[in-house]
Structures are given as structure tokens and as C-alpha cells.
Design a protein around this ligand. Sequence first.
Ligand SMILES: Cc1ncc(COP(=O)(O)O)c(C=O)c1O
Length: 496
Amino acid sequence: MSRALFSPALLATELALPRPVSRDTEDLENVEGCSPTARVADAKAFRKTSKAACSPYQALPIQGPLVTVDNPGPASDQITHHLTPALPVLEPEDGLRKDLDERIVKVINDYKERLTERTKHHLGYPYNLDFDFSALEGLQRFSINNLGDPFIESNYGVHSREFEIGVLQWFARLWEIDQDEYWGYITNCGTEGNLHGILVGRENLPDGILYASHETHYSVFKAARMYRMDSVKVDTLANGEMDYEHFRTVLAANVKRPAIVNVNCGTTVKGAVDDLDRVLDILWETGYSEDRFFIHVDGALFGMMMPFIKKAPRVSFRKPIGSVSVSGHKFIGAPVPCGVVITRQKYVAALSSDVEYLNSRDATIMGSRNGHAPIYMWFTLTRKGYEGMRKDVERCLRNAHVLKSMLDQAGVKAMLNELSSTVVFERPREEAFVRKWQLACEGEVAHVVVMPNVNMAILEEFVTDLIASRTRHFLQAAMKVASDARAAHSDDSDED
Ligand SMILES: Cc1ncc(COP(=O)(O)O)c(C=O)c1O
């Protein structure tokens, strides 16, 4: 093909590519939407309105009435509507670059202050916020990308595959699978690990039905929808664990089709652990041989904790499981979301294909993959080692028990599963309190997930605050009864 065929002008007209905005191209001034000055004006106008702007979708009521300060009692199944304000992209005022730089510094400094405060008052989500990666300063200058298969280097040389494989080896040892039998990669999060695990199950057992309990993380049923799989929701027991008898019943009803089973190693809200051995027994008793089932273990949080608890059932590839996933930013802690998924090498072939452009193999959910994440994980695992992790787990379980006892003493109904550091308690009624401590609520309950950064001082401050909030709420409720009674009998005097 001649060079003329590749001229940008030809591409722009024939393929209707967007017109480039060039500051020295006079004629673009006249093209609608392409003029640099029009764009600056547009941006300025947008800045004025964007704070309040929200699309019809964003303004849709989500479920139930809006929860406000005047209406502080959220009902179950209701989410509150805190619409996100925009921070418009800045434009230099009259071309003053220096002024713009100063404004950027102020925005970032204010933001850092907010992050520091929000980090101090966070108890609801299972994130370890205690880490120090200052030794890794400078890496931010590199666009580190592990695109493709971790074990097969692409031509892109700015990668961190050696760290990634090191971390995978660490997890392979933790979950007891031989180095030459596993395959895995560092994901963007626990959700991606679940999407991958279920996909591996589906690709190996294409006619399989997905079984997962009601209290399973939403990403597992999302996988079923994405892959157009039939799925069955299994009932749960009061503590959040799978109802095994219900599992047996639904499995028996579909015995002709293979089973892809999600086993929870710590449910999102109650921290419940499904009994893997019991699930396996039920599969065998119902007539399933190993080639007709695939088990994915969702260990987003506890997959990292259970191997360090003596009494806990073992998450191990010595049992016939297909894959395990965990989040890296949860128990380990990282400044970016990340995770790990490990499966058996024999299973991954079903979804692998060579991609010449990558000069690697495609078997992951994503194409480009965060190359910084493996370095954060490698760094923390190296510095703490198995022993450091074990100590973190021990401290979290101890502090969770202390919190549960403090709540018991304060008259707040609370529950703590035996192998868990997730303390479940009555949903606080004051929305402002929930927001202050960034609590995750569902129905009538809220929880605190005790992570390595949660120390006794934080728990004391939290419980003090909770008692004050409850006192305010109950006092207000009691006084409302009194004022309603006064209004109903306004002709009665106090003496009566
Ligand atoms: C049990 C469980 N699985 C999966 C996830 C998803 O993890 P991530 O937020 O890393 O995507 C979570 C998140 O809280 C979880 O609790």
C-alpha cells in the first residue's frame, strides 16, 4: 500500500475520526466543537454548573425514601443517596500557568488532609489501611504493566513479572499446591478473582450449574449473569454459612448437570465460613465424581487469615478444589485494589490462547494488568513473612473479641463468628454516625471488620461514640413519645 493511503487527512475523512484540536490550526476555529477557544469557554461554563449536575439516571430514587438528617431511621434494604460532587478539571485563568500549579497543589493538599481524617475513622470495610511503601518511592514514574500471562514475558519490557511470580509462589505454598501444578495471576481485586474462578469452572464444565449461598458476594452471581450460566441460590443458616441440607436438595434435583460451587471463606457481611469438607461430602454422597464438579473458594478476606488459624478448616489444593481467590488490598493492605487467583494448571488450558500481538498468552480477565500491585504485595509479604502475617491475624481476632465484649457490656446486640474478625451488631440509627465511621450496613445489621490497623484506642473511641449516638437516638425517641402525649392531651396539666 502506498504511503499516500496512510495520510492522516484521508483517515480523518474516510473513517470519520474525530478532528484533532491543534492550537496552531486556524481553520479549526470554525468547526463546531473543535475550536480551542470554544472548548475553553465550554469548560468554564461546565465548571459553573457541574457541581449540581446529575443525569436522570443518577437522580433516580434507588430504593425507598431518601434518608436525611430529619429522617434518620434507614429501613432495611435501603441505600442512602449521597450524590457525588464533581471536582472539575481546572483550566488556567487567562493563561496563568503558575497560578494553575498553585491551585493544583492546594487541591491535592486539601485532599490529603481529608484522606488522613477518613483513614482514622474507618471501620466498615475489610481494608488494612496500615502500610508504609515509602521505600518504593520513585516507581510511580514508570508505567508498569504485566499484560498477558504472568509466566510468559510479553515484548513490553516495563513489567514486574518476577515480583508477580514470587507472590504467586508464596500463595501456592500457603494453599498447598505444587509449584509445577498451579497457574494464577495478580488480579485487580477479589471480584476479578471470582470472575476468573467461575469462568475457569464454566470453561471446563460448560453445562455446569453455579451454586452459591444467598450471602455470597454479589460478584459471584454477576459472573453467572455475564457468562449466561444457570445458577441456584442456596439458603443460609443464621450465622451466614451455607445451609447444607438445602444444598443437598438443590444438587440432587439437578444431578444430571455438572456442579460449579462457590464456597465462601468469610462472607462479606457476617464473616461466615462455609464448611468445605461438608460441601465435598455432599457432592460425593449425591453421586458427583471429581470430573463433574468444580469448587471455587472465595477467600477475599479470610483466604489470607484462615491458614494462620490452627482450628480453622484448611483451604488447600490437597482437596479437590479448582481455584481460590483473595483480595490483596484487604488483609495485606495496598494503596491500590489488587488480588490473587490461583487455579490448577490443567484447568487453565480451557481458556488460554496465544496472542501474537502480546507475544504472550491470554488467560486473564483483563488485558493490561497493574504492574505496581505485585510489587506492593511482594514488599509486604517479604517484610512480614508468614510469621508476621500470623501475628497480624492473631491480633485481629483478639481485638475483635474485645470489641464484641465491649458491645455486650454496653447493651448493644452483637455477633462474632468463631473464625472471624467481623463483628456484626445492631444497625446504628444515626446516619451521621454511620458516615463518620464508614460502616457497611445491610438490613438491620452493621459490622466492624477488625483489620491490622485497628487498635484498642480506635475501638475505645468508636464504642464511646456509639454509646453517645445511641443515647441521643433513644433520648430523642423517648422525648418524642412525651411530646406526642402532651399534644394529644394538651388540655391536661402536668399536675394531673
Ligand atoms: C466475600 C467477598 N468476596 C469478594 C469480594 C470482592 O472483593 P473486591 O472488593 O476486592 O473486589 C468481597 C469484598 O468485600 C467479599 O467480601
